[in-house]
Design a protein around this ligand. Sequence first.
Ligand SMILES: *Cc1c(COP(=O)(O)O)cnc(C)c1O
Length: 353
Amino acid sequence: MPRPIHAYLDLNAIANNLHVAKRATRARVMAVIKADAYGHGLLRVVEAMAEADGLALLDIQDAIHLREAGYTQAILLLEGYFSEEDLPLIAEYELSCVIHNEQQLAMLDAYPKRETLDVWVKINTGMNRLGFVPAVVGSVMERLRAHQAVRDITLMTHFANADEERGVGEQLEVFNDLASRYRVARSLANSAALLRYPKTHGDWVRPGIMLYGASPFADKTAQELRLRPAMSLRSRIIAIQMLEAGDEVGYGAKFKADRKMRIGIVACGYADGYPRHAPNGTPILVAGQVTRTVGRVSMDMLCVDLSGVMQADVGSEVVLWGEGLPVEQVAQAAGTISYELLCGLTKRVPVRF
Ligand SMILES: *Cc1c(COP(=O)(O)O)cnc(C)c1O
């Protein structure tokens, strides 16, 4: 028997979440599947993404795999290309690509082929990560429109605060001011903007996290948004310890019992992708009941308080996150975000359906 840990993938949940996205907008939906579909496995989830109008990712090899697997809708390379050698592949496999800097424009100039590329020009509207500053967008557009290899242009930007109080106002204004000068398609919205700001929808929305069933907002749960978790990280209790008052638990003795208590040892640790920084008290589900972690998370194991979970024993099922315990709650307790936990699932964890 293998170790009891596994990630259970609910592909129906992904299809459901995609429907939630589609119902919320009239724009076309570009499902974001970067980082191996947020840790869910690229080729595993594409089937559930069949209703999307396109897929967005980073790695050209992944894009080529999708084409070779028969995917025919749009595929967008979110960081564009990294070398001139990518350009003929982008044309051959009919990939759309972001252009966000001068170096990419120069590579494009050196590429002689005619009428083959769909480019998404990324505008830096305030996030200051990728994109052309507003002042140069006019000349970039002129160069691209005159370029023989460019068939179609979409204007895009990315929001820094769509999930925060501050919202999208300032960036949206900068973007709309520029985009209104051109008759091209527009793309702005991540999950948070898609759900909260219909004015940002444009022609293509780009949801990621919501498709995997996590809420992009701190003040609204996935359930309230009708999203269902796609990944449940599950394991079992493999040992029980009886503590006396004063007994300590795990590396660094980070937990000390103040009374007699029963704890369970779970086959899951940071080498599986569970956050090592999860403190005492991080929520965890044992035999269907919410309890808390105790002590430091180690490489292959972590410990849980079984005080209120009388029926728990060796073999009892544990849900680290997913169905019954939103990954956002675990992330918040551990000082991180759902994205990082989902992407951080490690290779050694087997995936089941
Ligand atoms: C990751 C990403 C998205 C998706 O963001 P979510 O918050 O996961 O919805 C959209 N657009 C771009 C450019 C991205 O990099």
